[in-house]
Design a binder for this molecule. Structure first.
Ligand code: ZN
Length: 153
């Protein structure tokens, strides 16, 4: 895929997920939860996880306020992680971080990112990288049972 069509796909995806975020609700009987905050942009998010046998993400959701990128990223992350094991979630966490820092090139490097590769190129905009990664850090905080709010700063 060339750069222009990828950029266009990225913009469409952000708009679409921002308008209709997936898994945008609170899980009342969540087994793990965490709150995340990105002071640079004002993004604020709560992640809810329902783990099965302490190893499988049976359900995942989020609520919060923020820019289109933070919301779209959370929406796509919850879609990608539902049904995955914690191990798989950690692999995706690492791969997504390399992707948004420009260290992983989807065409070159083996990865399991799927649709998440549409965030390729966001590393050109360092402030936006924090918007895109906030939900992932918060998810990790929830898995680690962090009780105090997660901050990107
Ligand atoms: Zn933001």
């Amino acid at each position: 895929m060339d750069y222009d069509s990828r950029t266009e796909l990225y913009q469409q995806m952000i708009l679409e997920h921002n308008k209709k975020p997936r898994n945008f609700h609170k899980i009342e009987n969540a087994t793990h939860t965490a709150e995340g905050y990105n002071p640079l942009c004002g993004d604020h998010i709560n992640i809810y996880l329902q783990l099965k046998n302490d190893s499988i993400i049976d359900d995942i959701s989020f609520i919060g306020d923020g820019c289109a990128i933070s919301k779209a990223s959370a929406s796509m992350m919850t879609t990608a992680l539902k049904g995955k094991t914690i191990e798989e979630a950690n692999v995706l966490f690492d791969q997504f971080h390399k992707l948004i820092k420009g260290e992983l090139v989807p065409e070159r490097d083996k990865n399991a990112l799927g649709k998440l590769t549409t965030f390729t190129g966001i590393w050109h905009f360092p402030a936006r990288v924090k918007c895109a990664s906030l939900c992932w850090h918060t998810m990790k905080g929830a898995l680690n049972q962090v009780v105090k709010p997660v901050s990107t700063e």
